[in-house]
Design a protein around this ligand. Structure first.
Ligand code: GDP
Length: 460
């Protein structure tokens, strides 16, 4: 069964030692469970008689043993995160300590929550829809400020509103056709096909517009995957160090599937760049001699951007020709480096081979770095990042549903062109309606809901 309203508990705060840690208890008996292992300083106070959004100070106890000092925050159904009765036990945040307190709570009648179960209950309780539930996870897992802002907008319902608007448009047309078929005296289908054609075309372009944001959505979520390429000594590490400089945001070590790779993440004018496999980049420099085509191609495969660094104080050679060949059809920024020393490079040779913006820099003095940043902003997100009214598709499931819906709408257009009868058109219109509905989680199959919530971490 999807929904069990038994009482659940989990540590809601991070898995490292901190000043404060929170254990969340939710469910029909949350207040009783808390009372069994909590003694208020004021002996007249009980959790069960505490009104919602009030806190009680006291001790968490295991029988007669005092486990920790704590504040219990009481929220009553339906005015809580899960829409159920909730108690948040705020105590000291040592991980061992928190686990022991959780054990006591479990001993007193709660069961440990499954990953994502609190948010699942919020969804099943009707407080949030599935896109909002997904945005909670995105927000928790956001790796940069932009991604967090994007998911916050989604949590406010920006995407759901847009999808609802498109769906109601589709449904209105289906309803009209059905009415006309039932009641031809009052509803006419004369000339309706032409009108419908235009409307479906408009709807399809709305869907495509949303789909068009998916690419940017992915970059917001994951950062722009950037590879820095160039011959040995061109100045790749010097450039990276300049870029990281004071802006060094996070250095993440992500365990790759086959080996450990290091990824540097840096925010450039508010745009998250994920510089891929910096360790590997050092090796890929000597493309022709050492590693051959495959490795270089591999690192370029998933790149959103390639920064090609050329040493301006040296003449170009066959290796450069080779790199340029690899860069065909890629998004590239060419940096002519070392402009603080005498220049011998033949830039026209480069421009004859790749079409890409070229900027002169000195990785040593930092000259030209600002121009590089400006170019980057021009290249991505149409030169500006704004969340005022823009909805970004950041989720693969949403992207697939939108693609399916668009295919259905295209089929409606094909059918109208082929002169198919109106009742036939409703089949694909309804299909589009339902596909869009899966984004909102309308009557989602148990499998879908379970899959989404299982990606959450414990305590969420
Ligand atoms: P990589 O092999 O491409 O990573 O190149 P490095 O960043 O290690 O730089 C190679 C050499 O070039 C080092 O001695 C750097 O100090 C020097 N270098 C890098 N950028 C500049 C620059 O803009 N101007 C000058 N004069 N030297 C530079």
């Amino acid at each position: 069964m999807l929904y069990k309203n038994d009482t659940i508990a989990a540590i809601a705060t991070g898995a490292s030692n901190a000043g404060i840690g929170i254990i969340r208890i939710s469910g029909e008996h949350a207040l009783e469970v808390a009372d069994r292992c909590f003694r208020a300083k004021n002996p007249n106070k009980k959790i069960i008689t505490t009104p919602g959004y009030h806190a009680v100070y006291g001790n968490v106890t295991d029988g007669d043993v005092v486990m920790d000092e704590a504040v219990c925050l009481v929220m009553r159904a339906p005015n809580s995160y899960t829409t159920e009765d909730v108690v948040e036990v705020q105590c000291h945040g040592g991980t061992i300590q928190l686990r022991q307190i959780l054990k006591v709570i479990l001993k007193n009648g709660a069961r440990v929550a499954e990953p994502g179960e609190f948010t699942k209950r919020a969804y099943l309780g009707g407080r949030i829809d599935i896109t909002q539930a997904e945005s909670v996870m995105d927000m928790i897992c956001a790796q940069n400020e932009l991604a967090a802002r994007s998911s916050a907008a989604q949590l406010q319902g920006a995407l759901s509103d847009k999808i609802r608007e498109i769906r109601s448009f589709v449904l209105e047309n289906v309803a009209y056709i059905e009415s006309a078929l039932d009641d031809p005296e009052n509803y006419s289908l004369d000339g309706f096909s032409e009108e419908l054609y235009q409307q479906v075309e408009a709807t399809s372009s709305e869907v495509l517009k949303l789909l068009g944001t998916a690419e940017e959505g992915k970059m917001i979520r994951e950062g722009i995957r950037t590879v820095i390429l160039g011959k040995p000594n061109a100045g790749k590490s010097s450039f990276l160090n300049q870029l990281l400089g004071e802006e060094r945001a996070i250095v993440t070590e992500i365990a790759g599937t086959t080996r450990d790779t290091l990824e540097e993440e840096v925010m450039v004018q508010g745009i998250p760049l994920k510089i891929i496999d910096t360790a590997g980049i050092h090796e890929t420099v000597d493309i022709v001699e050492k590693l051959g085509v495959e490795k270089a191609k591999k690192s370029l495969e998933d790149a959103d951007l390639v920064v090609y660094i050329v040493d301006g104080s040296r003449v170009l050679d066959q290796d450069d020709a080779y790199i340029m060949k690899l860069l065909q059809d890629r998004k590239v920024i060419i940096l002519i480096n070392k402009i603080d020393v005498e220049q011998v490079v033949d830039k026209s040779w480069i421009t004859a081979n790749i079409i890409a913006p070229m900027i002169e820099i000195s990785a040593k003095t930092g000259e030209g770095l600002q121009e590089f940043k400006e170019e980057l902003t021009k290249m991505f997100f149409h030169g500006k990042l704004s969340f005022n009214d823009q909805v970004y598709i950041t989720n693969l499931r949403h992207r697939e549903a939108l693609s399916e819906a668009d295919l259905s709408l295209k089929r409606v257009l094909d059918s109208i062109r082929a002169g198919m009868p109106e009742d036939f058109l409703t089949i694909d219109l309804m299909a589009a309606y339902e596909q869009l509905g899966t984004i909102l989680g309308e009557q989602p199959e148990d499998d879908l809901a379970n899959e989404i919530f299982s990606k959450f971490c414990m305590g969420k």
